[in-house]
Design a protein around this ligand. Structure first.
Ligand SMILES: CC(C)(COP(=O)(O)OP(=O)(O)OC[C@H]1O[C@@H](n2cnc3c(N)ncnc32)[C@H](O)[C@@H]1OP(=O)(O)O)[C@@H](O)C(=O)NCCC(=O)NCCS
Length: 175
């Protein structure tokens, strides 16, 4: 079992070029700045680029938050922004951390970059006394949905939008 998982990971982290050169991929995840995140965001075709830096900051600046970048062989490849979730109605802390935005530049996809960022977030959230990770996605985000289902998130709510494809799906996982 462990052997076959190891083999798959190795294949995912190896890049074969047309000249049969082989490169090993190293993924590193670090906390970063909104400026660097916006540079990565500009290379993710699915995302709206009209949102300004201050609109991004507005979402998280008054809350405990996490800004991370994943690097593939030193090059920025993906980002994730998360923040403390709203308090529960009785004012108690919800102990839920909300993963607001995440994306990976197309040429770095399918190599475990998202997985590394989500693992980093889990560890960071646990160390900061959160018990759950919450995330909202849409029917159109097929790869994200596959990740969320495979890695233990449960659907807790759904919101209908005019276009079914845009319906919002709220998921949560205990960490
Ligand atoms: C969703 C997204 C972040 C995935 O990033 P990624 O680095 O390619 O994902 P990973 O390689 O880490 O894959 C993690 C898991 O996601 C699932 N997955 C990701 N891409 C997949 C694909 N093309 N086909 C099937 N499963 C896929 C798999 O379960 C995979 O785990 P596994 O390899 O153990 O099976 C990326 O596709 C993206 O940026 N999409 C556009 C923006 C977006 O949808 N963001 C999410 C908004 S809520």
């Amino acid at each position: 079992m462990a052997g076959s998982t190891g083999k798959l990971n190795i294949q995912k982290n190896v890049i074969f070029t047309s000249r049969c050169n082989i490169f090993f991929m190293k993924i590193a995840v670090k906390q970063s700045t909104i400026e660097e995140i916006l540079r990565v965001n500009s290379k993710i075709p699915e995302f709206d680029k009209s949102e300004t830096q201050s609109e991004f900051e507005e979402r998280y600046k008054k809350k405990k938050h996490l800004l991370i970048i994943a690097y593939v062989n030193g090059k920025p490849a993906g980002y994730l922004i998360g923040y403390d979730n709203e308090q529960t109605p009785n004012g108690a802390k919800s102990q839920t951390f909300y993963c607001w935005m995440t994306g990976v530049i197309p040429k770095f996809r399918n190599r475990g970059v998202l997985k590394k960022m989500m693992d980093f977030q889990d560890k960071w959230a646990k160390n900061n006394n959160y018990r759950k990770i919450r995330i909202k996605t849409r029917n159109t985000r097929r790869e994200m949905l596959l990740y969320l289902v495979k890695y233990g998130f449960l659907i807790i709510n759904a919101e209908s939008i005019d276009k079914v494809k845009e319906n919002r799906i709220l998921l949560e996982k205990e960490i």
